[in-house]
Design a protein around this ligand. Structure first.
Ligand SMILES: Nc1ncnc2c1ncn2[C@@H]1O[C@H](COP(=O)(O)OP(=O)(O)O)[C@@H](O)[C@H]1O
Ligand SMILES: CC(C)(COP(=O)(O)O)[C@@H](O)C(=O)O
Length: 275
């Protein structure tokens, strides 16, 4: 046991995905692919008499984190700092859940393994309805391809063996919960097509091409996101929409070359790391 533990969890932009439902939340999840980011969430956990969760010094309630703390029977103070906005397709809710699980285990001396903690965080996200594949992707890092859904005991992960500078521009939030409720069917046929394209040619270029096709086919593009993606294409760059947020991401200098003023970071090769 220790008084305090701090971990960094990379953000994760999903480019495309399919939904797999299952009564067992450790088997439910998504297939798909995305980018783990060097911008992410730093989560510090301290032993405390009462439970409290802060994000960037503001008290918040995030169901996935509450579920993780319930599963670990933990009264702790979770203090998180994020480079990325919550609810905008960067997997911040997954990062909070995973960071809380890994750091709480250390602080309270719970002696669970990494896969057990990833399973708890993945199940919590699925049950909260705020994510299906972010947690397993964030635990792996890099450019994960989720070939099979679910937590670590059930899924199969591969990756695009590459790295990239990433630019992004966020306009607004999108509720993961309501999109998943309303758009399931449409998402799955578009997601399967995108995954088979990427599996045939697992490169960054295919990833972003498949992601763009998915966003279009699943009819998730908002007018301003569509305009920005077209502007990036017109200047010879590659961009798509982050699932699920009103957010555009581009490889390299795609957004700045098109005259925008984006945030920038890079893909992050590792998963969760203790600081
Ligand atoms: N200020 C806030 N803005 C957005 N979401 C919030 C806020 N406070 C709490 N939440 C909760 O955080 C979760 C965000 O989940 P999600 O939209 O999946 O985010 P992300 O895309 O960052 O993973 C939801 O459970 C939501 O209710
Ligand atoms: C796309 C999403 C279902 C949600 O992602 P976010 O809005 O970032 O929580 C993700 O978890 C995935 O399975 O790929």
């Amino acid at each position: 046991m220790t008084d305090e533990a701090t971990v960094f969890v990379p953000g994760h932009i999903t480019g495309f995905f399919t939904i797999s439902e299952d009564d067992d939340p450790t088997k439910a999840g998504s297939q798909g692919a995305g980018l783990a980011l060097s911008d992410g969430v730093t989560v510090t956990v301290q032993a405390a008499d009462e439970r409290a969760v802060y994000l960037d010094d503001t008290s918040i309630e995030v169901e996935s984190v509450e579920r993780v703390l319930d599963a670990l029977n933990a009264n702790v103070l979770v203090d998180a700092e994020s480079d990325l906005p919550l609810g905008a397709g960067f997997g911040v809710s997954g990062a909070l859940a995973l960071g809380a699980a890994i750091a709480t285990n250390r602080v309270l001396g719970r002696a669970l393994s990494e896969n057990e903690l990833i399973t708890i965080a993945h199940g919590a996200e699925v049950q909260a309805g705020t994510g299906l594949g972010d947690v397993v992707a964030q635990a792996k890092g890099g450019i994960p391809i989720r070939l099979e859904p679910g937590g670590p005991q059930h899924n199969t992960l591969d990756a695009v063996p590459s790295r990239a500078r990433v630019e992004y521009l966020n306009y607004d939030e999108l509720s993961t919960e309501s999109v998943l409720d309303e758009r399931g069917e449409q998402l799955n046929s578009a997601g399967e097509k995108a995954l088979s394209l990427l599996v045939q040619e697992p490169t960054l270029s295919s990833f972003i091409y498949a992601s763009r096709g998915f966003a279009r086919e699943a009819e998730l593009l908002t007018p301003r996101v569509a305009t920005v993606i077209d502007d990036v294409s017109d200047t010879g760059g590659q961009a798509s929409m982050a699932m699920l947020g009103e957010t555009v991401f581009a490889l390299g200098t795609g957004l700045s070359d098109a005259g925008y003023e984006p945030e920038s970071c890079s893909t992050y090769p590792a998963g969760v790391v203790f600081q």
